[in-house]
Design a binder for this molecule. Structure first.
Ligand code: ADE
Length: 246
């Protein structure tokens, strides 16, 4: 997979060089570039933003430097492999990013992220970009950040860990929260007793059937308590008789 990030604060994206994403780059599973639209601004002050037409608070990112930055990464793409890239635009006004969307993006060959700052990027940039790429405005959640960079760190991590080979043990993906519609069950490790607290006895029993049932009950109870919206959205066909007794 190839990921290009457009940001006027490239240092913000440095954590992408660390840990599992950094290793995916070193291992050749991921190609990653960060491009600063400011490099394409032509005036003496390298201006990338201006006041909004119609008035109002804050600044709006100018379309031209962003268009040129996008053209530079699209021009550098390997044409033989080229399906139309997805342009992710992090924004509190986007569709909420979910694990399902992470899986969709992980199946793409080429993602470009355009990190707006302040009040966002001039709408004409997004309209124009739609000719070359599939534009997807995505929000991390119902709160406002100062810009898209933190959202890109979160989304990139959620997406790249789904690329085959990035995570050492792919089985860990199957059991985690937001896969299968329920939150993950609680986990314990040694010692079996710690500060007057014991590990639930079932987990020490070695009985696989009982352990699986205990975990399932914990998942259902935890999801009902913390995320009743997820329980309401469950497909009843995924529940068995024992689940209904919880
Ligand atoms: N930029 C500002 N707020 C954001 C949010 N909630 N999600 C994604 N990008 C953002």
């Amino acid at each position: 997979m190839r990921i290009d990030v457009l940001s006027i604060f490239p240092e913000y994206l440095e954590p992408l060089r660390l840990s599992l994403i950094g290793k995916a780059v070193t291992d050749g599973l991921l190609q990653l570039t960060v491009t600063d639209p400011r490099a394409f601004a032509t005036d003496r002050h390298r201006t990338v933003d201006d006041t909004p037409y119609g008035g109002g608070a804050g600044m709006v990112m100018k379309p031209e430097p962003w268009a040129q930055a996008l053209e530079s990464v699209l021009g550098a793409q390997d044409d033989a492999a080229a399906s139309r890239p997805v342009l992710v635009v992090p924004s509190p006004a986007g569709e909420v990013f979910t694990q399902e969307i992470a899986y969709e993006l992980a199946a793409e060959e080429h993602l470009v992220f355009a990190c707006g700052r302040y009040e966002g990027i001039d709408e004409r940039f997004l309209e124009w970009a739609g000719r070359e790429v599939r534009v997807r405005p995505l929000s991390l959640g119902d709160y406002v950040l100062n810009g898209g960079e933190v959202a890109v760190l979160a989304m990139t991590e959620a997406v790249t860990r789904l690329i085959p080979g990035v995570i050492g043990n792919p089985e860990s993906l199957a059991e985690e929260s937001h896969t299968g519609g329920l939150l993950e069950y609680p986990v314990y490790t040694k010692p079996a007793a710690w500060r007057e607290r014991e590990v639930p006895e079932t987990l020490l029993s070695g009985h696989h059937g009982r352990i699986a049932r205990w975990r399932r009950v914990q998942q259902l109870a935890r999801t009902a308590r913390r995320r009743p919206d997820m329980v309401l959205a469950l497909d009843p066909a995924t529940l068995d008789r024992a689940d209904l007794a919880v």
